[in-house]
Design a protein around this ligand. Structure first.
Ligand SMILES: [Fe+2]
Ligand SMILES: [Fe+2]
Length: 280
């Protein structure tokens, strides 16, 4: 695990960066997730770190530090990606972002550390089990996207999500791993809670993005767009669910999740940031 600081220039990227507009707006809407969840993850992990023992948990604390630095890079670049979408003809996106951001402030104020960690672990599970969809090119094919900084951003991000997939899981089990039956059920609930919440906040944004574009479509184009939207959601929903299903097992351990085929080649494109610690 290491910290990388790539730069992606979105100046020449259009908000409609792939031929399958419906898939593109699905991903564009999902782009608000890292921008707000990842600063929240960092805060939760800092809170958890205070509960750990500096000596006994030294290795885990070091991993938390690397994890936080990786997430810091992710949300910085996703905010630039989101600005490209927003400024490219979708100004009301800020309203959806504001609601989402407030959710995390609310969670941090009102939820227990156990709840927060289970939610974060749910998100990390969704990201790392779905990493191969991006890293191995299935998403690119679905999007009909040519190589671009937008594709690179998501590939790099998801490859790192796979890379740091064990950190929140280990913190959760270190602090709340007993009794084991309860820890499993509570973790599984975290996946459902996170996935429902993210869906509830990104679906209306996806609708807004699509509706904006559909205003200039003919009736026939609109009908075709609606058909593509449904087919895309079905295909990607099934692909994600198939990969996520194993995480509901009581024996799930992210350490044993197989890597995307292109994991190493993807990360090799981005050297470690100078002067940053690594643990590989
Ligand atoms: Fe991330
Ligand atoms: Fe992550």
């Amino acid at each position: 695990m290491r910290v990388r600081s790539p730069e992606f220039d979105f100046t020449d990227v259009s908000p409609r960066w792939g031929a399958n507009l419906e898939a593109v707006h699905l991903v564009n809407a999902q782009g608000i997730i890292p921008a707000y969840i990842e600063p929240f993850l960092i805060k939760v992990m800092r809170r958890a770190a205070e509960e750990l023992d500096p000596l006994v948990d030294a290795e885990l604390l070091r991993d938390i530090d690397l994890f936080n630095r990786q997430e810091g890079q992710h949300y910085r670049l996703h905010r630039a990606f989101n600005a490209m979408i927003r400024d490219g003809g979708y100004p009301d996106m800020t309203d959806y972002e504001a609601v989402f951001e407030r959710d995390y402030e609310h969670f941090l104020r009102t939820r227990s550390l156990r709840w927060l960690l289970a939610y974060c672990e749910g998100f990390e599970t969704i990201g790392s089990t779905g990493a191969e969809l991006w890293v191995d090119g299935l998403m690119e094919a679905e999007l009909g996207a040519a190589p671009s900084p937008a594709v690179e951003l998501w590939k790099w991000h998801l490859a790192e999500e796979y890379e740091h997939r064990t950190v929140v899981n280990r913190v959760y089990h270190r602090l709340y791993g007993r009794p084991r039956l309860f820890a499993w059920l509570y973790r599984a609930r975290g996946i459902v809670t996170a996935s429902r919440h993210l869906n509830r906040r990104t679906s209306p944004l996806r609708r807004y993005l699509l509706d904006t574009d559909r205003r200039t479509m003919t009736d026939e184009q609109r009908r075709q767009s609606q058909e593509r939207e449904a087919a895309t959601a079905r295909r990607l929903g099934a692909a994600n669910l198939r990969r996520l299903a194993r995480a509901f097992s009581p024996f799930y351990d992210p350490a044993t999740t197989p890597p995307p085929a292109g994991q190493q080649a993807t990360l090799a494109r981005y050297p470690a940031a100078a002067g940053r610690p690594t643990n590989t």
